[in-house]
Design a protein around this ligand. Structure first.
Ligand code: GRF
Length: 226
């Protein structure tokens, strides 16, 4: 991979994960450059965050397109202006067509606010509470055509507290999202994490289960030779 990995970040909203990634690049935790931030919604705060960090922005408004395929084609053109090595979905709220996803297979990451495979889709915090879960969290995964189903790299596990509502739980999960997303991206950027034949490879070995981040600690797979 090139010296410094080129990233395009896709957003639709607030962009707190984008901010965590910008900050992690600024401190040197991630060796990469964000070439552009592209939103499908005009005027979102994520675009302001990008502009403040002097990152080029673009808007491909899904409302301007009659079909998902047309939108995806335009989005792909906008992305390809920057020839990225990695596409980072950071609160990007559009479903993407299979062709688009397959084109970027192995070089597109997403963060989802649940311990996948639990609670794919929306309203994950409330659903975790409704189901009486003791633990909840977030997952960083490679994107595959089926929604929120790609191979998971790392999960942040947070305890559910008795007095939690979806807001308090969401805040606790967000805090951890901002830790694990930069971490996963730093591993991708340094070549430690790759997708091979549909499996996550970490330090050239197949990951048997997602890496866990819990209680402030990241538990890496143990290597027999270590
Ligand atoms: C996060 O909860 C993320 O897990 C989900 O969308 C939300 C984006 O938040 N995919 P932000 O825009 O990064 O603040």
């Amino acid at each position: 991979m090139a010296n410094s990995v080129s990233i395009v970040v896709l957003v639709s909203g607030n962009g707190s994960n984008l901010q965590a990634i910008i900050d992690a690049i600024a401190t040197g935790q991630i060796s990469a450059k964000i070439r552009a931030v592209i939103s499908n919604v005009p005027d979102v705060y994520a675009l302001e965050r990008a502009q403040s960090a002097r990152i080029p922005t673009d808007v491909v408004n899904h409302k301007d397109y009659d079909s998902r395929e047309d939108f995806d084609r335009s989005l792909k053109r906008a992305i390809e202006n920057y020839s990225p090595d990695l596409i980072v979905l950071a609160g990007f709220m559009r479903m993407l067509s299979d062709d688009f996803v397959n084109y970027y297979q192995g070089r597109m990451l997403n963060i989802h606010p649940s311990l996948l495979p639990k609670f794919r889709g929306l309203n994950t915090h409330q659903r975790a509470l409704d189901d009486g879960e003791q633990e909840h969290g977030a997952s960083v995964h490679f994107v595959t055509p089926e929604l929120d189903s790609g191979p998971v790299i790392i999960q942040a596990v947070v305890p559910v507290q008795e007095d939690d509502d979806s807001e308090t739980l969401m805040k606790r999960v967000f805090k951890e999202e901002h830790v694990i997303y930069p971490l996963a991206i730093s591993w991708f950027a340094s070549g430690r994490v790759q997708l091979e034949n549909g499996k996550v490879m970490f330090d050239d070995k197949e990951l048997q289960s997602p890496i866990v981040h819990k209680g402030g600690e990241t538990i890496l797979p143990t290597s027999p030779e270590a």
